[in-house]
Ligand binder design. Structure first.
Ligand code: F6R
Length: 606
């Protein structure tokens, strides 16, 4: 959420900052800005809207200077506008900031009393004036230490100074931040993606650390000012994965990549020769665990919910699922024999990270399932299972969802096997089916043409419903979430059997309803629920799997048939047409598919 970039160099930095901001735009896109130090004067160019608008402004007003900071914003304090866009500057310092300063109202009052004038409605401006104030009586390092002590909340900062022509400060508490190393120049970025076009050598700041970056040297400190040594890591060079190729949108590319990402993940975790699961270094023994708690947000939460069904079916473990933002503030009873599993594509989601941190502080067993292996959640979990999907750039999560479900399913098989709770033959047949999953997803992508026929009805409706039972219920929630976030229409995912307890009242003539009824153990019950909504005028899009027996109901509006596989894996297949439904409905409306309004890819504020 929000993106930071900073560069100190022997060359002009504004165009490199602009390029990095383009990469960071997925983190926030309601305003943008750059500040550089030009002949001893801090200069800013800012705008409301996207990086394209910033580029237009930069063309009108040159911004020179060898040190600078840039920012893309996702508004928290204050509306999206040029005046609220970062950087925020005084004559002495300029600051970019991700996160929230929780005590900004109090600090602002104190600073106003001291005569400081505030121009914006942001919480960030208090940082500018605090540093300026401390610089009156302190050297730069001590001014930073004192300023950090006054701030409450979680944040990442990039700061430049009017009297420091080759110096940049980075500070982290909660929100991620990385330093990159180049020839005669060094960088600061809110993630390694921002830095990748410039370097593949990075250091991640840990919580409560800050750094002083110069052209030829970077020093790291804890918040008390004690110097610390940090490792330099080398990132893989996979820039191609960040390109759209022939696709119009990242989302379309990422949906179509799913057969390949499933293949990669299966190759990573399944030994095809011995037909066994490759998770060797799992740190806990079978008797160590009695229960599992799965925690995530949004789409990642839906994959957790899905996993509950599998774990309950195949193991004797007690399984619960929690939304991270709720878990972190409840009075939890932390259990030593529970495995706390954190699911996150980015590995940086603030609520999920805070839930993990809470578990670590209570010394319980933590495991994470992430896409970004260098992320904070991965680094701070006792055990990590990457989903091997490659970068996901579209704000709406697609391939990461299938990746998360896949790793959770494989983990479930492993625990069931280790605990001797699954029959060997059944395990072996489930693994065999996994080997066909990529092929089946690929064939299911061919349902796209049929989806295009129905998407206008969903895009134009004032609301729609997504119904499913059992394995299909979490997928119904996910399908509705995708439609909401991309098409800006109300869509509700519901357990099909719950409809008559209230929501059936919403059904009216012509309302589009997706019914997920693959031929699993819930099939007949779901079909009965489908008849109840059809009887009340709903236009039903039935998603089921191929079978010799037709689902006969003269009033089904449209049906789509996915490939056949074992019941456990049908959720992967029925997800695909729902992703395409959201994509084509948004395309139909002409909306910005990769950057839906009000959202951002990496939610690093709570
Ligand atoms: C929806 C979506 C979000 C994320 C959620 C968690 O398409 O992308 O709901 O799933 O913000 O993000 P991660 O997985 O990065 O923790």
């Amino acid at each position: 959420m929000c993106g930071i970039v900073g560069i100190t160099s022997t060359k002009n930095v504004s165009s490199s900052i602009l390029n990095s901001l383009r990469k960071l735009e997925y983190r926030g896109y309601d305003s943008a800005g750059i500040a550089t130090l030009e002949n001893g004067i801090i200069k800013e160019v800012k705008c409301e809207g996207r990086v394209d608008a910033l580029e237009t402004n930069l063309a009108k007003q040159n911004l020179d200077g060898n040190v600078g900071i840039g920012h893309v914003r996702w508004a928290t304090h204050g509306v999206p506008s040029t005046v609220n866009a970062h950087p925020h500057s005084s004559d002495r310092v300029s600051v970019v900031h991700n996160g929230i300063i929780e005590n900004s109202t109090l600090l602002k009052k104190l600073l106003i009393k001291k005569g400081y004038i505030f121009k914006s409605q942001t919480d960030t401006e208090v940082i500018v004036h605090l540093i300026s104030d401390y610089l009156k009586k302190n050297d730069l390092k001590n001014a930073i230490i004192k300023m950090l002590k006054r701030l409450h909340g979680s944040f990442a900062l990039g700061i430049i100074f009017q009297d420091q022509p080759d110096l940049l400060i980075g500070a982290r508490r909660g929100s991620p931040l990385a330093v990159g190393y180049g020839p005669n120049e060094n960088y600061l970025g809110s993630d390694s993606y921002a830095l990748k076009s410039m370097t593949n050598k990075v250091t991640y700041l840990d919580d409560s650390e800050f750094c002083i970056i110069k052209n030829d040297n970077v020093e790291f400190f804890d918040e008390a000012g004690k110097k610390i040594n940090k490792k330099i890591l080398e990132l893989s060079k996979d820039d191609k994965e960040y390109e759209k190729g022939d696709y119009k949108h990242f989302m379309a590319k990422e949906i179509d990549e799913q057969p390949m990402t499933i293949k990669n993940c299966v190759n990573e975790y399944i030994d095809k020769i011995s037909n066994s699961i490759n998770i060797y270094n799992f740190p806990w023994k079978k008797n160590d665990l009695k229960s599992i708690l799965l925690i995530g947000c949004g789409t990642a939460y839906h994959s957790c919910l899905m996993a509950k069904y599998w774990f309950e079916q195949m193991t004797n473990l007690d399984v619960n699922v929690d939304v991270a933002s709720e878990f972190r503030y409840r009075k939890n009873k932390f259990k030593k024999d529970c495995l706390y599993i954190f699911v996150s594509q980015s590995g940086e989601t603030a609520d999920t990270y805070a839930a993990l941190d809470l578990c670590n502080k209570n010394k319980v067993k933590t495991c994470s399932i992430v896409n970004v292996v260098e992320s904070s959640i991965a680094r701070d979990s006792k055990f990590v299972l990457p989903i091997h999907c490659g970068p996901e750039v579209g704000v709406a999560s697609t391939k990461a969802f299938l990746g998360q479900m896949l790793v959770l399913y494989i983990l479930c098989l492993k625990l069931a096997k280790d605990r001797k709770e699954i029959d060997k033959k059944i395990l072996s047949s489930k693994i065999k089916s996994l080997l066909d999953l990529s092929k089946n997803v690929k064939k299911t992508l061919l349902t796209e043409d049929q989806i295009q026929l129905v998407c206008k009805s969903f895009a134009d409706a004032k609301g729609s419903m997504f119904l499913g039972r059992g394995f299909s219920y979490p997928i119904a929630l996910e399908g509705a979430l995708k439609l909401k976030e991309l098409v800006y229409v109300h869509a509700e995912g519901y357990p099909a059997g719950e409809m008559k307890h209230g929501p059936l009242a919403l059904i009216e003539n012509g309302m589009p309803v997706v019914v997920l009824a693959p031929r699993d153990e819930y099939f007949k019950k779901t079909i009965s629920n489908m008849q109840e909504v059809i009887a009340r005028g709903a236009k039903v899009l039935l998603i089921t799997n191929k079978s010799k027996d037709e689902v006969v109901h003269e009033n089904i509006w449209q049906s789509i048939k996915v490939e056949n596989t074992i019941d456990d894996l049908l959720p992967f297949l029925i997800t695909v047409p729902l992703q395409k439904l959201a994509y084509h409905s948004a395309l139909n409306k002409g909306y910005d598919i990769d950057k839906p309004r009000n959202l951002a890819k990496s939610v690093t504020v709570e």
